[in-house]
Design a protein around this ligand. Structure first.
Ligand SMILES: [Ca+2]
Ligand SMILES: [Ca+2]
Ligand SMILES: [Ca+2]
Ligand SMILES: [Ca+2]
Length: 593
């Protein structure tokens, strides 16, 4: 492996300490060496999780070399609110950006003086922005050369030209230019952004100071120019000319919720929609194909970033995160071309990560959200946020892959947006519960039984108790702040008891003051919410010690199954009937044999 410049500085400092440096100078000199990782954050616009399959560099260079979060959720599936969440680690009800435009949305709505790059810069990072910023950047600011606080290096597309893939405008550290310029005639926007990002990596890598690169592609969002095969009445992206029609024979997927037949169970906003057939079907399919095609140039850019990092010797010491601001519909539930609805196609986003502390070739099934992006980056950078963040670091999960936090997420759409009236939803590991503010309609889906959300259970008697619990928790979560956003964590504890010796069964209790486990353990659950538990698995590391589906959920573990003379952490993985999953741990010491 090539040694990175930063590691070389470290080695030089170490050599200095060993030979000439006086002892007193040692701590100061060592403290100046910065071994924190670089961070490269890549965000696409309106990309579905499934579409990652066409991206070869992403799959080989980031996903196979790292970890994919297979249940990643955008808590406000719309560009600007979701991007403001990335920049703050907060739900939109806390950062206040609840629309792309208007009085409650867009660039000026966010307090741009207190965001992720500001915190990283304060922590000593060089911060680089390449790509699109919040909606309205360039139109809402009276001075078009304005640069938000916190960025050491600023290369932003300027609205309203951001979504033109062949003729757009840039603000490069305050200098406005129309692109592509005379040096790169005909360059496609995605290629331009990828090239610029790679050049900036080349420039930042030799410094001992770590860098944070935030690269945000407008692709595969719809935009101009018009392509010869564009459908009428449905907006599409424009792929790079070299990728046009590469997927023209790839059929539009038809999952079970595609063109949903029976929508009597759905709220008005869905039930009023027509079928996805004939010309509409063809239009949705063309958009799907053009999105995949436009992702190929994003993938080329991913390839050149990986090459730049590798060339500079920084690849192994760089945390790379790949995601999108929201998902997208392609005919599911009759929704032909939108994002802001509380169902899975809009909520699910790609999320993959590689770098220090991230195991290779792994998939983590835990539900995570866009509120977790900033806390993850801050964790890696050992930096402190200037706001109360609502999310948690994903590095907790890469370090401890069976951890479950019991958290539930709120899905929001402000006061309503893009003709979808206001709703709030609660999403946990098993259920989606939605309240529509203006009509009073509600929805409940059991994602374990009905992953395609075809049967709204709002009237089901069997689910009445679950509905009640979810409604109560949604009421408190929809305005949650900081750690209160984890308040739904099931209140259960792991109980441990030494097993009775066989001859004493039913007579004498085991000695209470014994400090180590001599005979074996009886595991069980206690706590206020034990009555809500559906099943429990007991774990020692990745090994299963036992399981139970019956209260009090006890399981006996013989001494022979536990290593002797050791401090162990026993873990219970608890699933509640209302869809929460939590792990609770207890340390225990086993006696020497
Ligand atoms: Ca978007
Ligand atoms: Ca097009
Ligand atoms: Ca085509
Ligand atoms: Ca239905």
């Amino acid at each position: 492996m090539t040694r990175s410049p930063k590691q070389a500085v470290l080695a030089a400092a170490a050599a200095l300490l060993c030979t000439t440096a006086p002892a007193a100078a040692a701590p100061t000199r060592a403290a100046q060496v910065d071994t924190r990782p670089n961070i490269v954050f890549i965000m696409t616009d309106d990309q579905t999780a499934q579409s990652m399959k066409v991206m070869r560099n992403l799959n080989l260079g980031i996903r196979r070399a790292g970890t994919t979060f297979s249940q990643a959720i955008s808590t406000y599936p719309l560009c600007c609110p979701s991007r403001a969440t990335y920049l703050t680690g907060q739900y939109s009800h806390n950062h206040g950006v609840i629309h792309n435009a208007g009085p409650f949305g867009g660039y000026v709505r966010l307090d741009n003086t207190n965001t992720l790059p500001v915190w990283l810069q304060q922590a000593g990072y060089r911060t680089i922005h390449v790509g699109r910023y919040l909606n309205g950047y360039g139109t809402q600011n009276p001075d078009v050369t304005e640069i938000p606080l916190g960025w050491s290096d600023w290369h932003s597309t300027v609205d309203p030209y951001t979504f033109n893939f062949t003729e757009w405008r840039m603000n490069d550290n305050g200098v406005i230019s129309d692109e592509p310029g005379p040096d790169n005639p005909g360059e496609f926007q995605t290629d331009f952004l990828g090239r610029r990002a790679a050049e900036l990596i080349d420039r930042a890598a030799p410094s001992p100071r770590p860098f944070f690169l935030s690269l945000t592609f407008p692709a595969p969002h719809s935009g101009s120019p018009r392509d010869p095969d564009d459908p009428v009445g449905l907006r599409t992206p424009s792929p790079a000319p070299r990728h046009r029609d590469v997927f023209s024979r790839t059929p539009l997927p038809r999952p079970p919720n595609f063109d949903e037949g029976n929508v009597y169970d759905k709220p008005q906003i869905v039930a009023d929609r027509g079928r996805v057939r004939g010309e509409t079907f063809a239009a949705v399919q063309e958009n799907y194909q053009q999105e995949l095609e436009s992702l190929l140039s994003v993938d080329d850019a991913v390839g050149s970033l990986l090459a730049a990092l590798s060339r500079s010797g920084e690849l192994e010491n760089t945390l790379i995160i790949y995601t999108s601001d929201n998902g997208f519909f392609h005919g599911e539930h009759r929704v032909r071309s939108e994002k802001i609805l509380p169902y899975e196609p809009g909520l699910r986003v790609p999320l993959a990560m590689r770098g220090p502390g991230v195991p290779p070739n792994r998939r983590l099934p835990q539900m995570v959200g866009n509120i977790d992006l900033a806390p993850t980056i801050l964790d890696a950078a050992r930096a402190t946020p200037g706001r109360v963040v609502d999310g948690r670091s994903l590095l907790e999960l890469t370090r401890d892959p069976t951890l479950e936090t019991g958290r539930e997420l709120v899905i929001e759409n402000g006061r309503g947006v893009n003709s979808v009236p206001m709703f709030r939803a609660l999403r946990n590991n098993r259920f989606l519960y939605v309240q529509h503010g203006t009509t009073g309609e509600t929805e409940l889906y059991d994602l374990r039984e009905d992953p395609y959300e075809l049967r709204n259970l709002e009237d089901s008697d069997d689910y009445a108790p679950v509905r009640q619990l979810l409604a109560r928790r949604l009421r408190s979560l929809k305005r949650c702040v900081g750690s209160r956003c984890n308040a739904g964590r099931p209140s259960v504890r792991l109980a441990l008891r030494e097993l009775e010796p066989a001859r004493n069964k039913g007579r004498k209790p085991a000695r209470r003051n014994q400090s180590c486990v001599a005979r074996g353990l009886r595991l069980g659950l206690t706590g206020r919410e034990r009555s809500r538990v559906e099943r429990v698995q007991y774990l020692l590391g990745r090994r299963r010690l036992g399981a139970s589906r019956q209260s009090p959920f006890s399981a006996d573990v013989k001494r022979s199954r536990l290593p002797a003379g050791r401090e162990l952490r026993i873990r219970a993985r608890v699933v509640t009937r209302d869809g929460r999953v939590v792990t609770v741990d207890r340390p225990v010491r086993t006696c020497r044999r």
